[in-house]
Ligand binder design. Structure first.
Ligand SMILES: Cc1cc2nc3c(=O)[nH]c(=O)nc-3n(C[C@H](O)[C@H](O)[C@H](O)COP(=O)(O)O)c2cc1C
Length: 178
């Protein structure tokens, strides 16, 4: 069951979720993938409510986002979600099917083709409005050193040499899976 929610009433839950880790799920050419994110925000531009996410260029998710859609899946029970977030944040869809490995329960998207995930029930369905590769020359030097070490290849799940593309997803539907 989909319990429709007003995202404005769940701002704290959403922002605290991001800080601790949430899932970013994509579907392209029939392939569903999910990865953990903990950078992002919810806000307004062009009078639209937008979820902004930052994805390094080498991630499998980066390719998947060419579909133009994603869903954000926020756990309501952190104990149960720990294993899911750990796995989705260290394994890549380049090498494995994380949905199958974790036995996740997918639910049909309401307004986009990307599914929700029952185990992480607070769902924001997003349609990409805008994307931009961040300008490395404009990033503070201290972050270049710590976040983008050029001697670590793109496959490393933590800091690595790839810069981030920011994706703006207009929130087209918000609900809790019950
Ligand atoms: C807690 C946590 C937060 C993360 N946040 C981000 C993020 O905001 N952006 C990003 O590009 N990678 C982030 N990662 C790394 C990706 O989740 C990880 O590299 C993942 O394996 C990528 O999967 P994919 O190749 O299937 O897209 C995070 C990992 C963890 C564990």
């Amino acid at each position: 069951m989909y319990k429709e929610i007003d995202p404005y009433e769940y701002m704290n839950v959403i922002m605290e979720g991001i800080k601790k880790g949430v899932l970013l799920t994509t579907k392209k050419d029939g392939v569903v993938n999910t990865m953990t994110i903990s950078w992002g925000q919810i806000g307004i531009e062009w009078n639209k409510l937008i979820f902004t996410t930052y994805v390094r260029t080498g991630r499998f998710t980066h390719e998947q986002l060419e579909s133009g859609e994603f869903s954000i899946n926020i756990p309501m029970d952190r104990k149960k979600a720990g294993k899911i977030l750990g796995y989705a944040g260290t394994k890549s869809g380049h090498n494995t099917d994380k949905i199958e490995d974790l036995g996740l329960t997918l639910t049909e998207g309401k307004n986009i083709s990307v599914p929700g995930i029952k185990e992480c029930p607070l769902t924001l369905e997003c349609r990409i409005l805008y994307k931009q590769l961040q300008d490395s020359s404009a990033i503070p030097e201290e972050f270049i050193k710590t976040m983008y070490p050029q001697d670590v290849d793109s496959t490393y799940h933590s800091a690595n040499k790839d810069f981030h593309t920011m994706f703006y997803g207009e929130i087209v539907s918000a609900y809790i899976l019950e």
